[in-house]
Ligand binder design. Structure first.
Ligand SMILES: [Zn+2]
Ligand SMILES: [Zn+2]
Length: 110
């Protein structure tokens, strides 16, 4: 399924997956077919899963309290925000998770 809300840097719609296991299967397929190393990630925008090239990944875990990706350090979150800005012109700000040790990204002012 192509996403209607999320696009890659080149403007192509991203493929969306309903779950992490679907996304992993997608990543395996891409690896076999195109020999590209892709990593599934939960999307902040649409709540589904997409694939991202492994070298563009920033270390993160999933925060179940907020339903968002949780970045270990403020720097990782900033780096991710910059990638997102390049990719889609989305302006994201970084804030500290109120429930867990880590950082989130949010659109607009917080
Ligand atoms: Zn998305
Ligand atoms: Zn959180």
């Amino acid at each position: 399924m192509k996403s209607r809300t999320c696009f890659s840097r080149s403007g192509e719609p991203l493929t969306e997956y309903q779950s992490e296991s679907h996304a992993r299967r997608g990543a395996d397929y891409v690896r076999e077919k195109w020999e590209k190393d892709m990593v599934p990630y939960p999307c902040d925008e649409c709540g589904k899963w997409h694939l991202s090239p492994a070298d563009r990944q920033t270390p993160s875990t999933y925060c179940h309290s907020c339903g968002k990706k949780l970045y270990e350090t403020e720097e990782d979150a900033q780096r991710r925000a910059e990638i997102r800005r390049e990719e889609g012109g989305v302006d994201l700000s970084v804030y500290k998770c109120p429930d867990n040790e880590g950082w989130h990204l949010t659109k607009g002012e917080f």
